[in-house]
Design a binder for this molecule. Structure first.
Ligand code: PAF
Length: 281
């Protein structure tokens, strides 16, 4: 596996692959790789002739009081995992390489209809940061396809919109959420949970399951489904931010909408957990 730290080095390698007509799959990450990332990597390896992974903790997507400074950084372990997974190129830029004019001087991508709802309401500027860095990474790596996890369902929806609206020739592949044996969705931020909180954390998945079962049985009392789940999470010790039933493109559903997604975000101690469940009825 090659390691590149500059845009120029990535471009040189990737242009050569394109010249050889090889298909390039890309997995953008913030590092601290776990089994959830491995599933994205496996999907990339299945779809492309070469696969590129980036490791970049993107300051633009963190709010001033969020965990940018403390976000777990494990580049050596990440390198080992990527090499073992057959990664062709690991891109490990520093902040100045991605934002040469600083964060303030950078062009930003806004996705108005999707960025201020759900997580966007609680993390102002977050999706602008995600959309901007992903667009930059796509322009650097020029992949044929890129893989994102369904765990970050709103992020996946934002990225699909960026790609469609900016006419980017990149196929977006969604990989299913990888869970611990008790249902907790894998996330680097699960490390922030204490042992007691870790025991409670799967409740978010259980409440999503309960809501999904009500919806699947034909129940369309969305407000009651959302309130019941939020109250149950609060009772269990969470501070819920939202529990929301949406259409698959994140607008508000009608009673007869058949393709739904239920999304939840809740704080538990120092951790902010998000998860979702898709329902077809
Ligand atoms: O999901 C993530 O890890 C990040 O939001 C991403 C897509 C790598 C952009 O920084």
């Amino acid at each position: 596996m090659e390691i590149a730290t500059t845009v120029a080095a990535v471009r040189e390698r990737v242009r050569q692959w394109h010249h050889e007509r090889l298909r390039i799959a890309f997995v953008p990450t913030m590092g601290n790789l776990h089994a959830g990332h491995v599933s994205l990597i496996e999907a990339a390896a299945r779809h492309g002739d070469r696969f590129v992974a980036s490791i970049f903790v993107n300051p633009m997507q963190f709010g001033p009081n969020e965990d940018f400074a403390h976000y777990p950084r494990t580049p050596r372990e990440d390198e080992r995992m990527l090499a073992a997974a057959g990664c062709s190129l690991m891109f490990l830029p520093d902040v100045a390489e991605i934002y040469p004019r600083g964060l303030e001087g950078s062009v930003r991508i806004d996705v108005p209809e999707l960025s201020r709802i759900l997580c966007g309401e609680f993390r102002p500027g977050h999706f602008e940061g995600v959309a901007t860095v992903v667009a930059k990474l796509f322009n650097i790596v020029e992949p044929d396809m890129a893989v994102f996890g369904e765990k970050d369902y709103q992020q996946l929806t934002v990225i699909r919109r960026v790609v469609a609206d900016l006419c980017m020739p990149v196929e977006i592949i969604a990989a299913p959420t990888v869970r611990e044996s008790d249902g907790l969705a894998m996330s680097s931020r699960n490390q922030y949970l204490t042992a007691a909180e870790r025991r409670i954390a799967p409740r978010i998945f259980q409440e999503l399951g309960r809501a999904a079962a009500r919806l699947a049985s034909g129940d369309s009392d969305f407000a009651d489904i959302e309130d019941a789940a939020a109250r149950a999470l609060e009772g269990a010790g969470f501070r819920p931010e939202y529990f929301s039933v949406r259409t698959r493109d994140l607008s508000l559903p009608r009673p007869d909408t058949r393709e739904l997604v239920v999304l939840a975000a809740a704080r538990l101690g120092r951790a902010r957990l998000i998860d979702n469940a898709q329902v077809t009825r």
